[in-house]
Design a protein around this ligand. Structure first.
Ligand code: 3PY
Ligand code: MG
Length: 264
């Protein structure tokens, strides 16, 4: 069975950098798999991706020595089960704001005895290049569980959330976090409340042996977060890169437009 290199790195205290796939297309998955990012998160929360397109992307990413993750649309048993059973190597779960919600994620994503994940499917084992029996025996050691902290309630409850056994990483959604504080969405800001929240999550993550992560807009922000000790960094998305470059070119040529659409 293949090893989930991103989970292994995060567990040994190393950092890992990836990006988001917001365009549901296996060809983009193939092309982005060879850009050097260590993992690609197939976006099912804010995109028009379906479980079918996601299931086509996971094996392509896995076969390219990259790690396929999926951001589920919402924290539910069916969402988590379907992306894992169709071959994602890990889940990113948005808006986990309480201990009960964190426990529900672990219950849905880990087989017994750690959880109650339902047993079935073929693509999960195929994507780890193994047989079903081996997958069922070893999946709990390979599946990466990432909870998003992106609401003031999550910040309030962060120690309760991160002390739930079985969580690998906590990932800040800076846009939603700003929004929940009543500010304009942004990847970063000088706001003291936002920065205090990041510090609280980072400290709690280290105390509970969970890797702290955050979504950033560009390479400079990624480097700054790595220097600060954040371990799981997502840089924008493939569509963000495309729009950025298009905006740069049209601006330089005086054609209007500035690529100001969202970066993930
Ligand atoms: C946010 O910034 O809210 C996100 O969800 C980024 O992944
Ligand atoms: Mg968000």
């Amino acid at each position: 069975m293949k090893t989930n290199s991103v989970r292994a790195k995060l567990r040994s205290g190393e950092s890992s950098v990836g990006t988001w796939l917001a365009l549901p297309d296996p060809i983009f998955a193939k092309l982005m798999s060879s850009t050097g990012f260590e993992w690609l998160t197939v976006e099912l929360e804010h995109s028009h991706a379906t479980i079918e397109t996601a299931a086509l992307c996971f094996p392509i990413i896995a076969a390219s020595d990259c790690v396929p993750l999926a951001r589920v649309p919402y924290n539910s048993v069916e969402n988590i089960k379907r992306v894992l059973d169709t071959g994602a190597w890990g889940i990113v779960v948005p808006m986990v704001n309480s201990r009960a919600e964190a426990e529900a994620v672990v219950k849905a994503a880990r087989y017994r005895p750690q959880g109650e994940r339902s047993v079935g499917g073929q693509l999960h084992a195929a994507n780890f290049a193994t047989d079903a029996g081996t997958y069922y025996a070893k999946a709990n050691d390979e599946i990466l569980i990432v909870l998003m902290a992106e609401h003031v309630d999550a910040i309030e409850n962060i120690d309760d959330i991160l002390s739930v056994p079985g969580i690998d990483a906590v990932f800040i959604g800076p846009n939603d976090l700003h929004a929940s504080m009543g500010f304009a969405p942004a990847f970063d800001s000088e706001d003291p409340t936002f920065n205090a929240a990041l510090k609280k999550v980072y400290t709690s993550a280290l105390a509970h042996g969970v890797a702290p992560g955050i979504h950033v807009a560009d390479a400079a922000q990624a480097q700054r977060r790595l220097d600060e000790g954040w371990k799981m960094i997502a840089v924008a998305s493939e569509v963000g890169f495309m729009l950025d470059k298009a905006g740069e070119i049209t601006k330089a040529l005086g054609l209007g437009g500035d690529g100001a659409l969202a970066k993930y």
